[in-house]
Write a protein of this length. Structure first.
Length: 297
């Protein structure tokens, strides 16, 4: 895993605006994710954590995080908070001091985060969004989000990947209150991230490394097993090569299943079909020369 490995975790669970309900998950989720990312046997990231900071502090931290980087640095940013869209569909991340009617001045604009990523020299950026996405609303009205959050428009750019906790979901405002209550429970998405990295189970091919695609597949399966109403999404933009997020810190306890055709051959009642009777040995079985065979002359 080459280059500097840096992560920035931004979590907000308390808000001054009464229209933004308190969240239970971000604080504990942020600490758990920071722990596994910092672990030298797992992520080996440098990980500052911002908890319940005002928008201007988050903006400063984001700008400093992306500045003075090298192309091979791996940068990971995790937002856990309310996500709010204004009347024009622009996405904002709610900070401690966010006022729903003054998003431009009191929230963290997705467009600002995207500009900082565009100006960074790093071409290996991973953005994890554990947010609920709410539509713009007027006082006394119930409004719902549109059909999506426009990841390509919000965060498109060379050398980056974006994983979201959910796809197109509707979150309702009733009057001035965010009515959705799913986010009051611990986050299924971030919990799955932590579990996959900490146990090593996200290393699907068991090569000792957890790649981004493997991590997403693991999280997707875990989240969908818990709730069919939440579908994590993944977008990649001009990413070259494999993004390795972590190492596997625990030994393999359950081997990867053999390919179906090979398993069928192993189970065959016909001796001539079983791989053990063949002069060749599939590379996927772990060795090119079985121990029981005599070495070539």
């Amino acid at each position: 895993m080459d280059g500097t490995r840096s992560a920035l975790i931004v979590a907000n669970d308390s808000f001054t605006d009464p229209g933004l309900s308190r969240l239970r998950a971000p604080d504990s989720d942020a600490q758990a994710l920071a722990r596994v990312l910092r672990d030298p046997d797992i992520g080996d990231f440098e990980v500052p954590v911002l908890l319940n900071e005002p928008a201007h502090e988050v903006n400063l931290a984001v700008e400093e995080f992306f500045a003075d980087r090298r192309p091979d640095d791996l940068l990971l940013v995790h937002f856990s908070c309310h996500g709010v869209k204004d009347e024009s569909g622009e996405l904002f991340f709610a900070a401690a001091n966010t006022r729903l009617r003054r998003l431009g001045a009191t929230a963290v604009a997705a467009e600002f985060v995207n500009r900082r990523m565009n100006r960074s020299r790093s071409r290996r950026v991973v953005l994890l969004l554990d947010c609920c996405y709410a539509g713009a609303f007027e006082r006394g009205m119930t409004a719902r989000a549109g059909t999506g959050i426009g990841i390509g428009e919000q965060f498109g750019g060379r050398g980056r990947a974006v994983i979201t906790a959910s796809s197109a979901m509707e979150y309702a405002f009733e009057g001035d209150q965010l009515a959705d209550t799913r986010e009051q429970a611990p986050s299924v998405f971030t919990s799955a991230l932590v579990e996959g990295l900490e146990t090593g189970e996200a290393d699907r091919d068991q090569d000792g490394l957890v790649a981004l695609d493997e991590l997403y597949d693991y999280v997707y399966d875990k989240v969908r097993a818990v709730t069919p109403h939440q579908t994590p999404g993944k977008w990649t933009f001009g990413v070259q090569g494999e993004l390795v997020i972590a190492r596997r810190s625990h030994p393999v306890t359950t081997p990867v299943p053999l390919p179906p055709e090979l398993q069928e051959a192993v189970d065959s009642p016909f001796a001539g079909v079983r791989p053990g009777r063949s002069r060749s040995w599939p590379a996927c079985c772990g060795t090119a020369t079985p121990a029981w065979r005599s070495p070539p002359d």
